[in-house]
Design a protein around this ligand. Structure first.
Ligand code: ZN
Length: 366
Protein backbone atom coordinates (compact mmCIF):
# COMPACT_ATOMS: atom_id res chain seq x y z
CA UNK A 1 0.00 0.00 0.00
CA UNK A 2 1.32 3.46 -0.91
CA UNK A 3 2.37 5.71 1.94
CA UNK A 4 -0.09 8.59 2.48
CA UNK A 5 1.25 11.85 1.02
CA UNK A 6 1.91 14.81 3.29
CA UNK A 7 0.32 18.11 2.32
CA UNK A 8 1.50 21.54 3.43
CA UNK A 9 -1.02 23.99 4.86
CA UNK A 10 -0.56 26.15 1.73
CA UNK A 11 -1.59 23.27 -0.53
CA UNK A 12 -4.59 22.53 1.70
CA UNK A 13 -5.67 26.19 1.88
CA UNK A 14 -5.33 26.55 -1.87
CA UNK A 15 -7.37 23.43 -2.57
CA UNK A 16 -10.11 24.63 -0.20
CA UNK A 17 -10.09 28.02 -1.89
CA UNK A 18 -10.55 26.39 -5.28
CA UNK A 19 -13.50 24.39 -3.96
CA UNK A 20 -15.12 27.52 -2.54
CA UNK A 21 -14.46 29.40 -5.77
CA UNK A 22 -16.01 26.56 -7.80
CA UNK A 23 -19.00 26.50 -5.45
CA UNK A 24 -19.38 30.29 -5.60
CA UNK A 25 -19.62 30.20 -9.38
CA UNK A 26 -22.39 27.61 -9.08
CA UNK A 27 -20.47 24.65 -10.50
CA UNK A 28 -22.00 21.29 -9.64
CA UNK A 29 -20.01 18.86 -7.51
CA UNK A 30 -17.23 21.33 -6.72
CA UNK A 31 -15.32 18.93 -4.46
CA UNK A 32 -15.24 16.14 -7.03
CA UNK A 33 -14.27 18.61 -9.76
CA UNK A 34 -11.40 20.15 -7.81
CA UNK A 35 -10.24 16.75 -6.53
CA UNK A 36 -10.02 15.57 -10.12
CA UNK A 37 -8.21 18.72 -11.27
CA UNK A 38 -5.67 18.59 -8.46
CA UNK A 39 -5.41 14.80 -8.48
CA UNK A 40 -6.40 14.59 -4.84
CA UNK A 41 -8.41 11.98 -3.03
CA UNK A 42 -12.02 13.23 -2.99
CA UNK A 43 -12.65 12.17 0.62
CA UNK A 44 -9.44 13.82 1.80
CA UNK A 45 -10.43 17.05 0.08
CA UNK A 46 -13.90 16.75 1.64
CA UNK A 47 -12.35 16.60 5.14
CA UNK A 48 -10.19 19.65 4.40
CA UNK A 49 -13.24 21.63 3.28
CA UNK A 50 -15.30 20.52 6.29
CA UNK A 51 -12.51 21.50 8.68
CA UNK A 52 -12.00 24.88 6.97
CA UNK A 53 -15.74 25.64 7.21
CA UNK A 54 -15.82 24.69 10.85
CA UNK A 55 -12.87 27.00 11.48
CA UNK A 56 -14.44 29.83 9.51
CA UNK A 57 -17.80 29.80 11.24
CA UNK A 58 -17.01 28.64 14.75
CA UNK A 59 -13.61 30.26 15.29
CA UNK A 60 -14.12 31.13 18.95
CA UNK A 61 -14.05 34.84 19.62
CA UNK A 62 -11.59 35.86 22.31
CA UNK A 63 -13.35 35.77 25.64
CA UNK A 64 -12.55 39.41 26.41
CA UNK A 65 -14.32 40.60 23.27
CA UNK A 66 -17.56 39.50 24.82
CA UNK A 67 -20.78 40.48 23.09
CA UNK A 68 -19.48 43.71 21.60
CA UNK A 69 -20.75 44.45 18.16
CA UNK A 70 -17.73 44.24 15.89
CA UNK A 71 -18.20 45.71 12.46
CA UNK A 72 -15.55 46.90 10.05
CA UNK A 73 -16.04 50.26 8.34
CA UNK A 74 -18.68 50.06 5.59
CA UNK A 75 -17.67 48.84 2.16
CA UNK A 76 -14.17 47.78 3.18
CA UNK A 77 -14.53 44.00 3.18
CA UNK A 78 -15.07 42.27 -0.18
CA UNK A 79 -15.57 38.64 -1.11
CA UNK A 80 -12.75 36.91 -2.98
CA UNK A 81 -15.23 34.70 -4.82
CA UNK A 82 -17.94 37.12 -6.02
CA UNK A 83 -16.02 40.42 -5.55
CA UNK A 84 -19.11 41.97 -3.85
CA UNK A 85 -18.97 43.84 -0.52
CA UNK A 86 -19.61 41.47 2.39
CA UNK A 87 -22.16 42.42 5.03
CA UNK A 88 -22.40 41.64 8.72
CA UNK A 89 -25.32 39.46 9.84
CA UNK A 90 -26.41 37.79 13.07
CA UNK A 91 -26.73 34.00 12.79
CA UNK A 92 -26.96 31.02 15.11
CA UNK A 93 -23.16 31.01 15.38
CA UNK A 94 -22.98 34.73 16.17
CA UNK A 95 -22.03 37.72 14.06
CA UNK A 96 -20.68 36.72 10.67
CA UNK A 97 -19.69 38.34 7.40
CA UNK A 98 -21.50 36.90 4.44
CA UNK A 99 -22.47 37.56 0.83
CA UNK A 100 -25.91 37.92 -0.71
CA UNK A 101 -27.04 35.10 -3.03
CA UNK A 102 -26.11 33.68 -5.46
CA UNK A 103 -22.66 33.64 -3.81
CA UNK A 104 -22.39 30.51 -1.68
CA UNK A 105 -19.11 31.23 0.03
CA UNK A 106 -18.57 30.13 3.66
CA UNK A 107 -19.53 32.92 6.09
CA UNK A 108 -16.75 34.30 8.28
CA UNK A 109 -16.76 34.84 12.01
CA UNK A 110 -16.87 38.65 12.28
CA UNK A 111 -14.84 38.92 15.47
CA UNK A 112 -12.09 36.75 14.03
CA UNK A 113 -11.99 38.93 10.88
CA UNK A 114 -11.91 42.12 12.95
CA UNK A 115 -9.06 40.69 15.04
CA UNK A 116 -7.06 39.85 11.94
CA UNK A 117 -7.69 43.27 10.37
CA UNK A 118 -6.90 44.96 13.69
CA UNK A 119 -3.54 43.18 13.83
CA UNK A 120 -2.71 44.62 10.41
CA UNK A 121 -3.68 48.11 11.57
CA UNK A 122 -1.59 47.78 14.75
CA UNK A 123 1.36 46.53 12.77
CA UNK A 124 1.28 49.44 10.35
CA UNK A 125 -0.26 52.30 12.28
CA UNK A 126 -0.24 51.70 16.02
CA UNK A 127 -0.64 55.45 16.53
CA UNK A 128 -4.13 55.41 15.09
CA UNK A 129 -5.31 53.49 18.14
CA UNK A 130 -5.55 55.53 21.31
CA UNK A 131 -5.59 52.80 24.00
CA UNK A 132 -2.80 50.40 23.14
CA UNK A 133 -2.91 48.59 26.44
CA UNK A 134 -6.60 47.85 26.09
CA UNK A 135 -7.25 44.09 25.96
CA UNK A 136 -9.51 44.54 22.91
CA UNK A 137 -6.97 46.69 21.13
CA UNK A 138 -6.93 44.62 17.93
CA UNK A 139 -10.70 44.86 17.56
CA UNK A 140 -10.64 48.58 18.40
CA UNK A 141 -7.90 49.03 15.82
CA UNK A 142 -10.04 47.37 13.14
CA UNK A 143 -12.52 50.27 13.38
CA UNK A 144 -9.73 52.51 12.04
CA UNK A 145 -8.91 50.20 9.12
CA UNK A 146 -10.40 52.48 6.44
CA UNK A 147 -7.90 55.17 7.42
CA UNK A 148 -5.01 53.22 5.95
CA UNK A 149 -6.47 50.34 3.94
CA UNK A 150 -8.32 50.81 0.63
CA UNK A 151 -9.88 47.35 0.39
CA UNK A 152 -9.83 43.98 2.11
CA UNK A 153 -10.61 40.86 0.10
CA UNK A 154 -11.64 37.88 2.22
CA UNK A 155 -10.94 34.30 1.14
CA UNK A 156 -12.14 31.11 2.75
CA UNK A 157 -11.22 31.76 6.38
CA UNK A 158 -10.96 34.80 8.70
CA UNK A 159 -7.19 35.19 8.37
CA UNK A 160 -7.15 34.68 4.59
CA UNK A 161 -7.30 38.41 3.88
CA UNK A 162 -5.73 40.32 1.01
CA UNK A 163 -5.01 43.93 1.88
CA UNK A 164 -5.05 46.62 -0.79
CA UNK A 165 -3.13 49.72 0.25
CA UNK A 166 -4.19 53.03 -1.28
CA UNK A 167 -0.76 54.01 -2.57
CA UNK A 168 0.11 50.61 -3.99
CA UNK A 169 -3.32 50.42 -5.58
CA UNK A 170 -1.94 52.71 -8.25
CA UNK A 171 0.65 51.31 -10.64
CA UNK A 172 4.17 51.82 -9.46
CA UNK A 173 5.27 53.72 -12.56
CA UNK A 174 2.51 56.29 -11.87
CA UNK A 175 3.88 56.87 -8.37
CA UNK A 176 7.43 57.16 -9.71
CA UNK A 177 6.20 59.73 -12.22
CA UNK A 178 4.40 61.71 -9.48
CA UNK A 179 7.55 61.74 -7.36
CA UNK A 180 9.61 62.95 -10.31
CA UNK A 181 7.10 65.76 -10.91
CA UNK A 182 7.05 66.67 -7.20
CA UNK A 183 10.86 66.99 -7.27
CA UNK A 184 10.61 69.37 -10.22
CA UNK A 185 7.93 71.47 -8.53
CA UNK A 186 9.41 71.51 -5.01
CA UNK A 187 11.07 74.92 -5.43
CA UNK A 188 8.76 76.59 -7.98
CA UNK A 189 5.32 75.33 -6.88
CA UNK A 190 5.74 73.89 -3.38
CA UNK A 191 1.96 73.68 -2.75
CA UNK A 192 1.47 71.43 -5.79
CA UNK A 193 4.50 69.33 -4.87
CA UNK A 194 3.07 69.01 -1.37
CA UNK A 195 -0.27 67.69 -2.73
CA UNK A 196 1.49 65.16 -4.98
CA UNK A 197 3.61 63.88 -2.11
CA UNK A 198 0.60 63.61 0.18
CA UNK A 199 -1.14 61.51 -2.44
CA UNK A 200 1.90 59.24 -2.83
CA UNK A 201 2.03 58.83 0.94
CA UNK A 202 -1.74 58.39 1.45
CA UNK A 203 -2.30 55.67 4.00
CA UNK A 204 1.35 55.57 5.03
CA UNK A 205 1.95 55.88 8.76
CA UNK A 206 5.10 57.93 9.46
CA UNK A 207 5.60 55.94 12.67
CA UNK A 208 6.17 52.80 10.61
CA UNK A 209 9.11 51.93 8.35
CA UNK A 210 8.83 52.07 4.55
CA UNK A 211 9.26 48.88 2.58
CA UNK A 212 9.94 50.79 -0.63
CA UNK A 213 12.54 53.44 -1.38
CA UNK A 214 9.88 55.37 -3.28
CA UNK A 215 7.91 56.11 -0.10
CA UNK A 216 11.08 56.97 1.84
CA UNK A 217 12.17 59.42 -0.87
CA UNK A 218 8.70 60.99 -1.11
CA UNK A 219 8.67 61.41 2.69
CA UNK A 220 12.12 63.01 2.58
CA UNK A 221 11.03 65.55 0.00
CA UNK A 222 7.81 66.23 1.93
CA UNK A 223 9.82 66.89 5.11
CA UNK A 224 11.78 69.62 3.33
CA UNK A 225 8.49 71.38 2.47
CA UNK A 226 7.11 71.25 6.02
CA UNK A 227 7.95 72.82 9.38
CA UNK A 228 7.87 71.82 13.02
CA UNK A 229 6.61 68.44 14.17
CA UNK A 230 5.26 67.46 10.72
CA UNK A 231 8.70 67.98 9.17
CA UNK A 232 10.35 65.99 11.96
CA UNK A 233 7.85 63.13 11.63
CA UNK A 234 8.40 62.63 7.88
CA UNK A 235 12.15 63.23 8.06
CA UNK A 236 12.35 60.65 10.82
CA UNK A 237 10.35 58.17 8.71
CA UNK A 238 12.58 58.81 5.68
CA UNK A 239 15.78 58.45 7.70
CA UNK A 240 14.63 55.30 9.52
CA UNK A 241 13.38 53.72 6.29
CA UNK A 242 16.48 54.54 4.25
CA UNK A 243 18.73 53.28 7.07
CA UNK A 244 16.78 50.02 6.89
CA UNK A 245 16.62 49.84 3.07
CA UNK A 246 20.05 51.14 2.05
CA UNK A 247 22.20 51.13 5.18
CA UNK A 248 23.21 53.88 7.64
CA UNK A 249 26.00 55.37 5.51
CA UNK A 250 24.40 55.29 2.04
CA UNK A 251 24.33 58.82 0.51
CA UNK A 252 20.47 59.07 0.51
CA UNK A 253 20.43 58.00 4.20
CA UNK A 254 22.99 60.68 5.07
CA UNK A 255 20.98 63.31 3.18
CA UNK A 256 17.89 62.27 5.15
CA UNK A 257 19.90 62.45 8.39
CA UNK A 258 20.80 66.03 7.50
CA UNK A 259 17.16 66.89 6.83
CA UNK A 260 16.15 65.34 10.17
CA UNK A 261 18.82 67.26 12.08
CA UNK A 262 17.75 70.50 10.35
CA UNK A 263 14.08 69.87 11.18
CA UNK A 264 14.95 69.41 14.87
CA UNK A 265 17.12 72.51 14.83
CA UNK A 266 14.36 74.60 13.25
CA UNK A 267 11.91 73.31 15.85
CA UNK A 268 14.28 74.45 18.60
CA UNK A 269 15.31 70.93 19.65
CA UNK A 270 18.96 71.96 19.93
CA UNK A 271 20.11 68.98 22.01
CA UNK A 272 18.62 66.47 19.58
CA UNK A 273 19.90 68.43 16.56
CA UNK A 274 23.39 68.58 18.07
CA UNK A 275 23.50 64.83 18.55
CA UNK A 276 22.20 64.18 14.99
CA UNK A 277 24.71 66.57 13.38
CA UNK A 278 27.48 64.89 15.38
CA UNK A 279 26.45 61.42 14.19
CA UNK A 280 26.15 62.66 10.62
CA UNK A 281 29.63 64.26 10.70
CA UNK A 282 31.07 60.99 12.06
CA UNK A 283 29.43 59.00 9.25
CA UNK A 284 30.67 61.51 6.65
CA UNK A 285 34.19 61.39 8.09
CA UNK A 286 34.18 57.66 7.34
CA UNK A 287 32.48 57.78 3.93
CA UNK A 288 33.82 60.96 2.26
CA UNK A 289 36.73 61.74 4.60
CA UNK A 290 37.30 63.90 7.71
CA UNK A 291 38.48 66.91 5.66
CA UNK A 292 35.81 66.73 2.92
CA UNK A 293 33.83 69.93 2.47
CA UNK A 294 30.58 68.14 3.39
CA UNK A 295 32.04 66.85 6.68
CA UNK A 296 33.46 70.22 7.67
CA UNK A 297 30.23 72.02 6.73
CA UNK A 298 28.21 69.73 9.01
CA UNK A 299 30.76 70.22 11.83
CA UNK A 300 30.41 74.00 11.34
CA UNK A 301 26.62 73.76 11.66
CA UNK A 302 27.13 71.58 14.71
CA UNK A 303 29.24 74.38 16.23
CA UNK A 304 26.37 76.83 15.66
CA UNK A 305 23.98 74.47 17.47
CA UNK A 306 26.49 74.20 20.30
CA UNK A 307 26.25 77.98 20.53
CA UNK A 308 22.43 77.75 20.61
CA UNK A 309 22.86 75.35 23.54
CA UNK A 310 24.66 78.12 25.43
CA UNK A 311 28.25 76.83 25.11
CA UNK A 312 29.40 80.09 23.53
CA UNK A 313 33.16 79.93 24.07
CA UNK A 314 33.44 76.27 23.04
CA UNK A 315 31.29 76.93 19.95
CA UNK A 316 33.46 79.87 18.80
CA UNK A 317 36.70 77.95 19.34
CA UNK A 318 35.34 74.95 17.47
CA UNK A 319 34.07 77.04 14.57
CA UNK A 320 37.39 78.93 14.28
CA UNK A 321 39.23 75.58 14.11
CA UNK A 322 36.88 74.27 11.42
CA UNK A 323 37.29 77.47 9.38
CA UNK A 324 41.08 77.33 9.40
CA UNK A 325 40.98 73.66 8.46
CA UNK A 326 38.48 74.33 5.67
CA UNK A 327 40.57 77.23 4.33
CA UNK A 328 43.70 75.06 4.32
CA UNK A 329 42.10 72.00 2.62
CA UNK A 330 39.74 73.84 0.26
CA UNK A 331 41.50 77.11 -0.65
CA UNK A 332 39.17 79.60 -2.33
CA UNK A 333 35.98 77.65 -1.47
CA UNK A 334 33.04 80.10 -1.05
CA UNK A 335 31.79 78.26 2.07
CA UNK A 336 34.82 79.46 4.05
CA UNK A 337 33.54 83.03 3.76
CA UNK A 338 30.04 81.97 4.92
CA UNK A 339 31.48 80.16 7.93
CA UNK A 340 33.55 83.24 8.76
CA UNK A 341 30.39 85.39 8.59
CA UNK A 342 28.76 83.05 11.11
CA UNK A 343 31.78 83.28 13.41
CA UNK A 344 31.74 87.09 13.19
CA UNK A 345 28.06 87.03 14.09
CA UNK A 346 28.71 84.85 17.14
CA UNK A 347 31.52 87.18 18.25
CA UNK A 348 29.30 90.21 17.69
CA UNK A 349 26.49 88.61 19.76
CA UNK A 350 29.00 88.10 22.53
CA UNK A 351 30.28 91.70 22.53
CA UNK A 352 26.72 93.00 22.17
CA UNK A 353 25.47 91.00 25.16
CA UNK A 354 28.45 91.60 27.47
CA UNK A 355 27.94 95.36 28.05
CA UNK A 356 24.26 94.71 28.68
CA UNK A 357 25.21 92.17 31.33
CA UNK A 358 27.71 94.61 32.88
CA UNK A 359 25.10 97.36 32.64
CA UNK A 360 22.52 95.32 34.47
CA UNK A 361 25.01 94.43 37.19
CA UNK A 362 25.96 98.07 37.59
CA UNK A 363 22.30 99.07 37.46
CA UNK A 364 21.61 96.67 40.31
CA UNK A 365 24.25 98.29 42.43
CA UNK A 366 23.14 101.84 41.75
ZN1 ZN B 1 -19.21 36.33 -2.28
Amino acid sequence: MAKPRKYTSDVIADAVRQVEAARATGRRGPISTVARELQLDRRLLQTWVTKARARATTAVPRADVGDDLVVLPDGLLHCLFCQQPMTAAFTAVGLVYDCPPPCRRPPLNAVAVAEAVGQVVLQHAARLVPALTHPKRAVIAAVHAHRLIARITAGGHPTDLRITWPATARPRHALTEELRLARQLATTEPARAHRLLQSILAGVDPAATAISTLHAEAAHLLATLLHGIAAIRWADYAHRSLTHLQGPTAPPTLTAAHTLATAHRQAGHHQRAYRLYGQLADHLAVTVGPDAHQTLAVRATSALVLHDLGHHDAARTLLADIISRHRRVHPGHPATARMTDHLDRLRHQQTASSPALVGSVLGGRA
